[in-house]
Design a protein around this ligand. Structure first.
Ligand code: IPD
Ligand code: CA
Ligand code: CA
Length: 371
């Protein structure tokens, strides 16, 4: 494949691109990955014609589409030779090891500490993370790790970053209320490459788990079965989900207003209390969208990939391209995404104009990322 558009050239086994110099190396390699399914692209004037592997022609990709194509996907575009299968096996082992620790602690007295006024942490959060780390470190000792409880460890020169939330939905867990999960994603140069979420459903005397998995370009699955987002395209027929973090700042206030607005204009807005589970419910097609301000990379990385791979859409709440290091996320079935943004985007832009900090956070120092 060849594209003639400017001065930066990138090649892969099947693809060669010449792109504008102004495009960063990271953005260019992301684009390379996102167009690699196309076997030929010829640019004439401001339009391109593409032929995909089944010979179907698609036309009309303007030069301005470059940034849109790059921005539209959050998943990683390369594994740098590490087979996804190997990663999935370790994700699966780590997720299930973590889930065993949580299962063993259910319906038993807990030891609760406080990170903030209402921000709980239990000994199970810490023990689960240790169990997960043991599995990951044994197989990939040179990978970088960002765990909610243990922070950053491993080699900061690694392109692989494991984002681990050992127990997402700690408050629910502490109360024995369903909706909590183990959430693990591995990023390649900042983009989610593969992920698992083990959701605890049911409740006292009836706990069960279901396991979500996804890999970039490989689809999303629940207990091994392919899953898809819903097809509903009407906000007024949507079941929506949101969340409220522990920091009760201006973004939290704005989301209360959005909660009120959409409770009035949709079939309802749920607030379950486990971001990874909320995303998986959108991927599963049982909810149509979920959004929240101020989540951390370990809250969002796995769930966001799950939604994208189930055919949904993921952006920031101001509509911009999403990275796991951003401070807002909206995931949806795609069909209602722009309709929801009509209200959510200006509300978020107002917060930005008012000076609220939306810069990226929690990216480990020295980590080599394309986002
Ligand atoms: C929390 C949950 C919750 C969300 C908070 C998160 P934790 O994670 O995902 O749904 O509203 O913002 O911090 O503390 O239970 O792992
Ligand atoms: Ca969490
Ligand atoms: Ca947690």
């Amino acid at each position: 494949m060849a594209v003639a558009m400017g001065a930066r050239t990138l090649t892969s086994a099947s693809t060669s691109l010449v792109l504008p110099k102004s495009l960063s190396k990271g953005a260019a390699s992301a684009l390379l990955g996102h167009v690699k399914l196309w076997t030929s692209v010829k640019v004439g004037g401001s339009r391109a014609m593409c032929t995909n592997s089944s010979g179907v022609r698609r036309g009309g990709i303007a030069r301005s589409a470059v940034s849109e194509v790059t921005a539209s996907k959050i998943g990683a575009i390369s594994t740098e030779g590490l087979p996804v299968k190997a990663l999935m096996e370790v994700l699966d082992a780590a997720g299930h090891r973590g889930a065993e620790v949580i299962m063993a602690a259910l319906d038993k007295p807990r030891s609760i500490d406080y990170k903030g006024k209402a921000d709980l942490v239990t000994d199970t959060d810490r023990n689960t993370e240790l169990a997960i780390l043991e599995v990951v470190r044994e197989k990939f000792p040179d990978h970088l790790i960002l765990g909610e409880e243990g922070g950053v460890s491993g080699d900061s020169n690694s392109d692989y970053l494991w984002c681990i939330d050992p127990l997402d939905g700690t408050t629910n867990f502490a109360h024995g209320y369903p909706s909590f999960a183990v959430s693990i994603a591995v990023l390649y140069r900042g983009r989610p490459l593969a992920a698992t979420v083990v959701e605890f459903a049911g409740g006292p005397f009836a706990w069960v788990t279901r396991t979500f998995t996804a890999s970039a370009g490989g689809g999303a699955f629940c207990n091994g079965q392919r899953i898809h987002v819903s097809s509903n395209d009407m906000v007024e027929r949507s079941l929506l989900v949101t969340g409220f973090g522990y920091d009760h700042d201006a973004a939290w206030e704005t989301n209360l207003e959005l909660f009120k607005y959409y409770t009035d204009t949709s079939r309802g807005v749920r607030r379950l209390g486990a971001a990874a589970v909320d995303c998986c419910h959108v991927a599963l097609g049982i909810a149509d969208s979920y959004w929240e301000f101020r989540l951390k990379p370990w809250d969002m990385a796995a769930g966001a990939l799950m939604v994208e791979e189930a055919g949904g859409k993921v952006t920031r709440m101001d509509g911009g391209p999403f990275s796991v290091f951003d401070r807002s996320v909206i995931v949806s079935n795609g069909a209602i995404h722009d309709k929801l943004l009509e209200k959510i985007q200006p509300a978020t832009e107002k917060l930005i104009a008012d000076g609220l900090n939306f810069s990226q956070w929690l990216k480990p120092t020295g980590y080599n990322s394309d986002v």
